[in-house]
Design a protein. Structure first.
Length: 244
C-alpha cells in the first residue's frame, strides 16, 4: 500500500518548469504529475517537494492542505506504526502497525487490550488520542481505496519523514492484496456501513495474531474480508486462508 504515498524527504525542486503538469492547487500547495513517468508529487509555495507517489494517492494526500477537510473520514481504516511490544516492554522503532476503524468525533473502534490492567484484547471503542498513544500530533496513516482498481492506498497524515517508514515496509511482498480484491466476498462498504459493522462486534474477544488481529478486524469492517497485510508479508497465504 505504501507505494501510493512514498517515503519522502522534503527537498527543493525547480517548481515544475520542465516535465510537470499542474493538476490541482490549494493554499499554495500544487499537485503535479510528471508527463513522462506519470508519477505525482506535491510541492509547497517555496517549491519544496513535501510528498510524492501515485496520482491517486496524491489526490487523497492533498486533503491535508484543504481548510476544513480531514484526511480520515467516518468509516475509514486508520493505522499507526507502533514500536512498543505489549506486555514485553521492548521498544523497537516502527515494529508493527496497529489498525482501527475511525467512527468520527475523534473516536475509533479497534481490537486491543489494556496492558496496564493485563486485560485480554477485545474489540472496543476508544478515543483517537488513546489510539495514537496519547500523542495527538502523531503521524498516522489512512487506508483509502483507489477509484480506478480498488487497490488499498496507505496515505500518511504528515508530509515529512516522521513515522513514514516502519519495519513492515522493509519486507517485500509480491502481488499484495490481489487475493483480497479478487475474493468473492470483497466489497467496499460505505463509511456508515463500515461503522455499523464495527459496532456490531463490540466486546468480541478471541484475539489471534495470525488469524484474528486488529488489521483483520478493520479490513473486515471495510471490505467484508478479514485480511492482514502484515501476516501476508511474513507468512504465505497459500497455507493461511482469508476469512469473511
Amino acid at each position: 500500500m505504501s507505494r501510493d504515498d512514498r517515503f519522502n524527504i522534503e527537498a527543493p525542486t525547480m517548481g515544475g518548469e520542465f516535465f510537470w503538469n499542474d493538476i490541482e492547487e490549494y493554499c499554495g500547495y500544487r499537485l503535479q504529475q510528471n508527463i513522462i513517468t506519470k508519477h505525482a508529487r506535491i510541492i509547497d509555495a517555496c517549491d519544496d517537494r513535501v510528498a510524492w507517489g501515485t496520482i491517486e494517492g496524491m489526490k487523497e494526500k492533498m486533503k491535508i492542505f484543504m481548510p476544513g477537510t480531514e484526511l480520515a473520514e467516518r468509516g475509514d481504516i486508520i493505522g499507526i506504526r507502533r514500536k512498543h511490544i505489549p506486555y514485553v516492554g521492548i521498544d523497537i522503532a516502527s515494529l508493527y502497525e496497529h489498525y482501527a476503524i475511525y467512527i468520527g468525533n475523534d473516536e475509533v473502534i479497534h481490537f486491543c487490550g489494556r496492558e496496564e490492567n493485563f486485560e485480554a484484547p477485545s474489540i472496543q471503542k476508544d478515543s483517537l488520542e488513546h489510539f495514537l498513544g496519547n500523542e495527538p500530533d502523531a503521524n498516522y496513516f489512512v487506508i483509502k481505496f483507489s477509484p480506478k482498481d480498488n487497490r488499498p492506498m496507505k496515505i500518511n497524515t504528515k508530509t515529512d519523514i516522521q513515522g513514514q517508514l516502519g519495519f513492515m515496509d522493509l519486507i517485500e511482498e509480491d502481488d499484495a492484496y490481489k487475493r483480497l480484491i479478487n475474493s468473492s466476498d470483497f466489497h467496499i462498504y460505505s463509511g456508515n456501513e463500515s461503522v455499523d459493522r464495527a459496532y456490531s462486534r463490540l466486546g468480541e474477544k478471541g484475539y489471534d495474531i495470525i488469524f484474528k488481529n486488529c488489521e483483520h478486524f478493520a479490513m473486515w469492517c471495510k471490505t467484508g474480508v478479514a485480511y492482514s497485510s502484515q501476516v501476508k508479508k511474513i507468512f504465505s497465504y497459500n497455507d493461511i486462508p482469508i476469512h469473511t
